[in-house]
Write a protein that binds this ligand. Structure first.
Ligand SMILES: Nc1ncnc2c1ncn2[C@@H]1O[C@H](COP(=O)(O)OP(=O)(O)O)[C@@H](O)[C@H]1O
Ligand SMILES: [Mg+2]
Length: 187
C-alpha cells in the first residue's frame, strides 16, 4: 500500500499541529480532542486496520474505548481516564476488586473470540470508578496465548501475584489452578 507523504497533518478533519500530544508508542501518536475523545494517528495503515478490527469487534464491551470515527490512518476514540496499572501498582497493592476485574477482562477476551487472552499492565487502566479498560489491543487474533502471561508477569514484577491469586481463589478456582500452574512452569 502507498505511504502517505510525511507532511500530512489533517486527519478526520483535525489539524494535529493544533492538538495536544498525550501519548506515543511504536505504532502511532495519540492526541487529545475535546469532549473526552482522542485521535490516534498510526504510522502504518495495516496496524490501524488491525486495531480498528479489534475495537469494532469489542464495541459493546465495557473494557474497551468506544470508536467514534476512523479512516485508513487514524481512529477517534473515547479518552480512557485513570492510571495505568504498571504505574498504579508501584504505589498501591492489588486488592480484591481489581483482581476480579482482571479475571473478568480475560473472560471478556475469551468471549470476544480473541486468540490472545492477555494484555500488559501498561495498557490496562484503572479508572476512578474502580473498573478497568484496555487500550492498544494488538496481536489479538495472531498468536494463541491461552492465559494472561504478560499480565501475570507484570503482577509478579510488582510483588502482587500472590495476593492476586489469593483474591481470585474462591471465585475462580479454575483460573487459580491453571494460571498458577502455568506460571510455575514458565517462570
Ligand atoms: N483511548 C486512550 N485514552 C487515553 N490515553 C490513551 C488512549 N489511547 C492511547 N493513549 C495514550 O497514548 C499512549 C500511546 O498509545 P498506544 O495506543 O499504546 O500507541 P502504540 O500503538 O503506538 O503503542 C498510551 O500509552 C496512552 O498513554
Ligand atoms: Mg502501546
Amino acid at each position: 500500500m502507498k505511504k502517505m507523504p510525511k507532511y500530512r497533518f489533517q486527519y478526520l478533519g483535525y489539524d494535529i499541529t493544533k492538538l495536544k500530544l498525550i501519548g506515543e508508542g511504536h505504532e502511532g501518536k495519540v492526541y487529545m480532542l475535546p469532549e473526552d475523545k482522542v485521535l490516534k494517528v498510526f504510522h502504518n495503515p495495516d496496524s490501524c486496520k488491525r486495531q480498528l478490527e479489534v475495537l469494532l469487534a469489542a464495541k459493546n464491551s465495557r473494557f474497551f474505548p468506544t470508536v467514534f470515527d476512523f479512516d485508513s490512518y487514524s481512529i477517534v476514540m473515547s479518552f480512557v481516564y485513570g492510571s495505568r496499572l504498571s504505574f498504579y501498582l508501584k504505589q498501591h497493592n492489588i486488592n480484591k476488586s481489581l483482581s476480579i476485574e482482571l479475571v473478568k477482562l480475560v473472560e471478556e477476551f475469551k468471549k470476544l473470540g480473541f486468540a490472545k487472552l492477555d494484555a500488559r499492565l501498561g495498557h490496562i487502566f484503572l479508572q476512578p470508578d474502580d473498573t478497568i479498560k484496555v487500550i492498544d489491543p494488538r496481536g489479538t487474533y495472531d498468536k494463541i496465548t491461552p492465559y494472561p502471561r504478560s499480565m501475570l508477569k507484570g503482577l509478579q514484577k510488582h510483588g502482587d501475584l500472590r495476593a492476586f491469586f489469593d483474591y481470585i481463589k474462591r471465585d475462580y478456582p479454575e483460573y487459580y489452578n491453571s494460571w498458577r500452574k502455568m506460571m510455575s512452569k514458565n517462570s
